[in-house]
Design a protein. Structure first.
Length: 464
């Protein structure tokens, strides 16, 4: 056991302290605390430790709202005051851009706070398991163990096969929380087993809830390993009685071995196949498997930053790379002459085209292509879609492929607005872009996920 004073937060959210020359990362510890911790992994220059006792509190710590805090993998910082979370995330972006990108001096603006810090998610996935994680206090301070049964909830931090049978979740709107309780009771009463993630057997797999924040639309999708007509009828009747406000009710199946709720077959039991969410003046169709920013209220503020950084003129041509369902393309379309969105997922391109029609936007074109190679013939791309004045980039966490970076450097737009959910890959990609052709103007962190270690950032690059 070590007595450690915590003086910083590491990338990912662990507290950082030092014992002589050894750096120690302590999960759930906060700067300003003195803690008693037990080392669980030791390397040459650092160690990882488990928090056992807080000897002295931090002036910034606060009581977490959720009774499951510290067990599930959802929230990392409910015990840290929100203004401190924002400062930590700004520092995380700044240090990563300096360390990995080599940018100095650096203008990182204060993190843009979320308008709601609880009950802000418009989508949640819950998993079924025959094993419930029992916390130490449930076992008289013994080590955690699992108990057999049928349980519905969120994964225990660090485990893919163990589930916390959640009785509350402060990321969810109240209506969705009530729905979880009803579905749990229904599945227990069915007598069918929950799916076992290691044995790959069982019936109940996932519950997915999508609740729009700017419209009344609500989508519910119950996922099992195989289709059962009786279960489908009973589930439909139960939801009609308990939650008549559901606008899209699905029953789906999958044999996929992964722990991701991506159905292989879907059955629309009632309502519409899509729900509608609004961001500003624009409406967007959301299907059961389509990607949409999970914090709708903050997504609008994120897109406002993108529009501000783009500084579009009425005669300018815009490329939107990794455009998904066209949310950014459509949101900024009124300021440009033409917007062309490029996306590798064909279903997302179809959603983008449908969203353009829904919003009566005529100056957006959406192209299905693999961005790794789809922009390589620069001359052909410019012939087809015009030379871009502005490029907006919103890649996945892995960032851009080097071929995409090379293509951007040949297209040479005047301005690039880079949106990223991963500071490390952001620093890598921006460093490549700024090696010769561009300069980094400013960075705006945006807190899309309060109480988590995740941070979004918007970067403006100007051609030199």
């Amino acid at each position: 056991m070590l007595e450690i004073e915590i003086d910083d937060l590491a990338f990912g959210g662990a507290g950082v302290g030092r014992v002589q020359d050894l750096v120690v990362f302590v999960e759930q510890a906060l700067p300003g605390q003195k803690v008693l911790a037990r080392v669980v992994k030791k390397k040459k220059n650092f160690a990882e430790a488990r928090l056992m006792q807080i000897l002295e509190p931090s002036p910034h710590q606060t009581a977490p709202r959720c009774r499951h805090f510290g067990q599930c993998g959802g929230c990392a910082f409910q015990h840290l005051a929100y203004d401190q979370q924002l400062q930590y995330k700004q520092k995380q972006v700044e240090e990563t851009m300096r360390r990995l990108g080599g940018f100095e001096p650096l203008d990182v603006l204060p993190t843009l706070p979320s308008p709601c810090i609880y009950q802000y998610r418009n989508k949640m996935e819950f998993s079924f398991s025959p094993q419930r994680w029992l916390a130490a206090e449930e076992l008289g301070q013994k080590e955690e163990k699992e108990k057999a049964g049928v349980y519905l909830g969120l994964h225990v931090r660090g485990f893919f096969d163990k589930i916390i049978d959640v009785s509350e979740c402060w990321l969810l709107p109240p209506r969705a929380s009530a729905l979880v309780e009803v579905v749990r009771d229904f599945t227990i009463a069915s007598g069918k087993p929950a799916y076992h993630a290691r044995a790959h057997e069982g019936f109940w797999r996932f519950l997915v809830i999508r609740q729009a924040q700017n419209t009344p639309d609500l989508m519910v999708n119950l996922v099992t390993s195989e289709y059962d007509e009786k279960i489908a009828r009973q589930f439909k009747a139960l939801m009609a009685t308990q939650f008549p406000e559901i606008t899209s009710l699905y029953y789906s199946t999958t044999q996929n071995l992964s722990g991701v709720a991506y159905p292989e077959a879907e059955y629309l039991l009632s309502g519409e196949p899509l729900i509608i969410e609004k961001l500003g003046p624009y409406a967007f169709q959301i299907s059961s498997n389509s990607f949409f920013q999970t914090n709708s209220l903050q997504a609008q503020r994120l897109y406002d930053v993108v529009a501000d950084y783009a500084r579009l003129q009425p005669d300018e041509n815009v490329y939107d790379l990794y455009c998904g369902a066209g949310t950014i393309s459509l949101y900024i379309s009124h300021g440009a002459r033409q917007v062309t969105g490029f996306e590798s997922v064909a279903a997302a391109v179809r959603d983008a085209q449908a969203n353009a029609t829904l919003n009566q936007v005529s100056n957006c074109t959406f192209v299905s292509c693999d961005l790794r190679d789809g922009l390589s013939d620069t001359r052909d791309v410019i012939t087809r879609y015009g030379r871009p004045d502005v490029c907006i980039i919103d890649p996945p966490r892995s960032g851009m492929h080097p071929k995409t970076v090379d293509a951007l450097l040949r297209l040479l737009p005047q301005r690039i607005v880079h949106v990223s959910c991963n500071p490390a890959t952001l620093a890598r990609d921006v460093k490549l872009l700024c090696a010769d052709a561009y300069r980094l103007v400013k960075i705006q962190p945006v807190d899309m996920f309060p109480h988590t270690a995740h941070i979004e950032a918007v970067v403006l690059l100007q051609r030199t």
